[in-house]
Ligand binder design. Structure first.
Ligand SMILES: [Zn+2]
Length: 418
């Protein structure tokens, strides 16, 4: 089950080809075949969106000194359409700043359209964008490939079905994104960066940009405008989703708690919370997240990551030492937290790197430690299949399906193996 191994946070355009988001526009106009909708939050705050699958919230503040734009959408074509709309509704106003809430493409690939403004982001936002520059340059080709796959799938569907309509919408959207990221696309990272927080004085209002700590991405920031009682949170929070936890993020929980406590210190200070996508968030969500973080702090307090300890052992001393460490770490819950999916993802990566024996050994041990885990058996099935052992693969997929009758991957693989 590949999808179970996606341990990256949600809603980034390149990963979620199948997501569909719908809403009723508050107002709309058309430009370059791209539909821009906008919603006025207050006299001086407007949120712009592109009518599409991902639709990032582009928050614009009209201040005494000029305009501040937060995030820039998935492609320069979308950013251009939004900028045209912003300029139409704020004639003669200069765009002073573009702020990136984090590095992901659906928030930054339109940056070049705002290159005349000062682009601001966390230092890790800039670092990540530069690190992923090559990958960003290949996005157009990758999306075009994905569109071909989706088009082939469309041909197998009933033309009048809802599924076909959804797929057509996805194809149109990704075709448009791919075109926008082709010739002329230029990755434009923030030039002004900060490590902890930054205060921007805009005359009648000011903005406080604060690093939240590694959560959705390494460089997530929250943007607070006290005068507008406005908080912009990028992709850190989603409704019905707790902050994501793994060995890299758990050490930031204390910082998350401090951030949430300071944001919630006087709830009278916040009127609107704009997330990276979708409708404004209720303040209650932040309270729930604070409660969640505090609960998790108790769970993980004083403990070390079993996964990182294992990984270090495996990478420096080899498989036998790694497996021994895995067993010892699992047996010591007082000192180590053992997050099974991290081990599973790592073994899966080994399998993809063709280290099949190591991957199989790890999956076997994981299945031993977690005999009720359908994921472990599904993975064992995968590795056996890759090694050409069809009989064993069948047994493992069957066991996985017994443990979880909804495991469609095992079901599909078994059908292929029959
Ligand atoms: Zn994101």
């Amino acid at each position: 089950m590949h999808m179970l191994r996606v341990i990256l946070p949600k809603r980034c355009v390149i990963v979620y080809l199948a997501a569909v988001i719908c809403w009723r526009p508050a107002d709309s106009s058309t430009g370059n075949d791209v539909i821009v909708t906008f919603e006025k939050i207050s006299d001086n705050v407007t949120v712009y969106r592109i009518d599409g699958l991902q639709s990032t919230n582009i928050t614009v503040l009209n201040t005494e000194r000029g305009l501040v734009v937060i995030d820039s959408e998935t492609s320069p074509v979308f950013a251009r359409a939004i900028r045209d709309e912003i300029e139409k509704s704020h004639p003669g106003k200069k765009i002073l700043y573009l702020i990136n809430t984090h590095d992901h493409g659906d928030h930054t690939y339109g940056n070049q359209v705002f290159a005349d403004a000062v682009i601001v982001g966390h230092e890790k936002c800039r670092e990540k964008m530069i690190e992923n520059r090559v990958r960003a340059g290949q996005t157009s080709a990758r999306l075009s490939g994905a569109v071909k796959g989706l088009t082939a799938r469309l041909e197998t569907l009933d033309k009048n079905s809802d599924a076909a309509a959804e797929l057509e919408r996805a194809i149109a959207y990704y075709t448009s994104v791919a075109a926008g990221l082709g010739d002329g696309f230029s990755l434009t990272p923030p030039e002004v960066t900060f490590s902890d927080s930054l205060d921007l004085d805009l005359g009648d209002v000011h903005l406080v940009l604060t690093w939240f700590g590694y959560s959705h991405s390494p460089g997530d920031i929250i943007v607070f405008c006290p005068e507008e009682k406005l908080l912009v949170t990028g992709d850190i929070f989603y409704e019905n989703n707790d902050l994501y936890l793994d060995s890299e993020r758990i050490p930031f929980m204390d910082r998350w708690e401090r951030m949430l406590v300071s944001v919630l210190a006087d709830t009278g200070n916040i009127r609107t919370i704009i997330p990276g996508h979708g409708d404004p968030l209720p303040l209650m969500l932040l309270r729930d997240q604070l409660a969640f973080v505090r609960e998790q702090q108790t769970r993980f307090a004083g403990k070390t990551s079993a996964f990182l300890t294992f990984k270090h052992t495996y990478e420096t001393a080899g498989l036998t030492a790694g497996i021994r460490a895995m067993r010892i770490l699992h047996a010591d819950p007082a000192h180590y937290y053992f997050l099974h999916p991290e081990f599973d993802s790592y073994a899966y990566r080994l399998m993809n790197e063709d280290k099949l024996d190591d991957a199989q050994e790890m999956f076997t041990r994981l299945a031993g430690l977690f005999p009720e885990s359908y994921i472990a058996f599904d993975s064992l099935g995968e590795v056996c299949l890759k090694k050409g052992d069809r009989e064993k693969a069948k047994q493992y997929f069957s066991r996985s399906l017994e443990l979880n009758p909804d495991n469609s991957n095992a079901e599909r693989k078994l059908a292929q193996l029959q």
